[in-house]
Design a binder for this molecule. Structure first.
Ligand code: NAD
Length: 443
């Protein structure tokens, strides 16, 4: 099938590459010329495990093209996937300018039938706006409307995006048109040969499903973080509690981790957007503002512990910080909790030497040059001269450090673990003081 994907970010690039992997001929369009140039040189603009192989293989086979040429891209695909960003507006609602610009770009050029597939996360009713936008442009061009708009929200996770796309839990398709539905079934059939995982529904329900999923996941995180806070006060260990509740199949083990709060490009903005949607619909959403408030507080918990240990004035103190990305497996720094941690440590006069396996360039861009902040090329190098180690992201390479070496290197022999990676007794045995999340007082 001939497919166009508009937007080559985390979602668009993975979608385009994986659709090409199944034998489709895919053209990926982006307005960012640098991004397209680097893709055409075989370089990925983002870090995503396994993606480079898929991109290179399909580009070499001639099934995957990258372009800034909108005429070419629109002419190419029978299906036009829109996978552009929907960042938050000032009032919290999703900013649809890129989605509507993509819709206009299609409408201004299309000559025959197009199936417009909206993959961006957009509020309920957006498909109607896309439809009106396209119909308006076509009417101005004196053309009869021959297109369909469907909703196909994306559920991939950064860090395992290729695997998630290739083996989806479910594919949600919001379509009220038979021809469009059959085309969507045909596109996704190769990804679900063992079991049909395509869930067909009306367009508005599909749009809503994406927000409902992210809001539920964010709620789980904040709920666990709130339990963790109480566990600490009560002298219980949230890690035991997590195991205990997770074995109940009604609860399940996933997404039950206490930590430094959720971040990333999706949960914060999607929670905000859903609150705004509810407000606009005349409904006060009671749970989600609490989810947000708990998350904001949680981003401060680790530095609160540092201040409780070293006092509120941290001048003269140096901290090694392991982990910058909002989660492991990605270089995405959008709304990463590490940013709040670094900002506050620097504001309190501390020096921070940070290390991340993938996100240091993005972190440099996000934070800009800052007095007191530097980056180490290796995790170990960050420890030199540090009073304590702070862990903000649970990269695999941080999971089994040499505790004896940590104890010998850190001046104050203290570890502040925002991801509960270790057994407290092991650190204690190595002579380290261990502060984690929801695990009682320091071991
Ligand atoms: P991103 O910011 O990484 O990439 C968006 C890309 O679109 C950019 O490269 C930008 O230059 C390009 N773009 C913007 N306007 C364009 C236009 N008119 N024509 C062509 N290109 C244009 O975004 P992302 O993280 O891939 O997210 C895309 C959408 O998918 C968002 O709505 C997001 O909420 C949703 N989503 C993201 C994830 C995720 O994990 N990142 C997961 C599921 C859904």
């Amino acid at each position: 099938m001939k497919i166009t994907v508009i937007g080559t970010g985390y979602v668009g690039l993975v979608t385009g590459a994986c659709l090409a992997e199944m034998g489709n001929h895919v053209v990926c369009l982006d307005l960012d010329a640098r991004r397209i140039a680097s893709l055409n040189q075989g370089q990925l603009p983002i870090h995503e495990p396994g993606l480079l192989d898929v991109v290179l293989r399909n580009a070499r086979a001639g099934r995957l093209e990258f372009t800034t040429d909108t005429d070419h891209a629109v002419a190419h695909g029978l299906l036009q996937f829109i996978a552009v960003g929907t960042p938050p507006s000032e009032d919290g609602s999703a900013d649809l300018q890129h989605v509507l610009a993509a819709a206009r770009a299609i409408a201004e050029r299309m000559a025959g039938y197009k199936l417009i597939v909206n993959k961006s996360t957009v509020p309920v009713g957006t498909a109607d706006r896309v439809r009106d936008t396209v119909a308006g442009v076509l009417a101005a061009r004196g053309l009869a409307a021959d297109f369909t708009v469907v909703s196909n929200p994306e559920f991939l996770k950064e860090g395992s995006a290729v695997q998630d796309f290739m083996r989806p839990d479910r594919v949600i398709v919001g379509s009220e048109d038979h021809r469009a539905t059959e085309l969507m079934r045909a596109v996704y059939a190769p990804f679900m040969r063992n079991r049909d995982r395509l869930v067909l529904m009306d367009v508005r329900s599909a749009e809503f499903t994406k927000y409902a999923a992210n809001a539920m996941l964010a709620t789980r995180i904040s709920f666990m973080n709130e339990l963790a806070l109480l566990a600490e006060t009560l002298g219980a260990d949230i890690e035991h509690v997590r195991t205990g509740i997770g074995m109940d199949p009604r609860i399940g083990t996933h997404f039950l981790y206490a930590g430094t709060g959720y971040g990333g490009s999706c949960f914060p903005k999607d929670v905000r957007a859903l609150i705004k949607t509810a407000q606009d619909a005349g409904q006060a959403f009671h749970i989600l503002p609490a989810v947000q408030a708990v998350n904001e507080r949680q981003k401060q918990v680790l530095v609160d512990k540092i201040c409780a240990r070293f006092g509120p004035d941290l001048s003269g103190r140096r901290f090694a910080l392991w982990g910058l990305a909002f989660k492991p497996g990605t270089d995405d720094m959008r709304e990463a909790p590490s940013l709040a941690i670094i900002e506050r440590l620097l504001a309190l006069g501390a020096e921070v030497v940070a290390y991340d396996p993938q996100a240091m360039d993005q972190a440099r861009q996000a934070l800009g040059p800052r007095a007191g902040l530097s980056f180490a090329v290796l995790a170990d190098a960050a420890l030199t001269g540090a009073d304590a180690l702070v862990i903000a992201t649970e990269w695999k390479e941080f999971r089994s450090p040499d505790f004896a070496h940590l104890a010998a290197t850190l001046h104050e022999r203290v570890v502040f673990d925002g991801r509960n990676l270790f057994e407290p007794a092991e650190l204690q045995a190595a002579g380290l003081e261990y502060h984690a999340i929801g695990r009682g007082t320091a071991s």
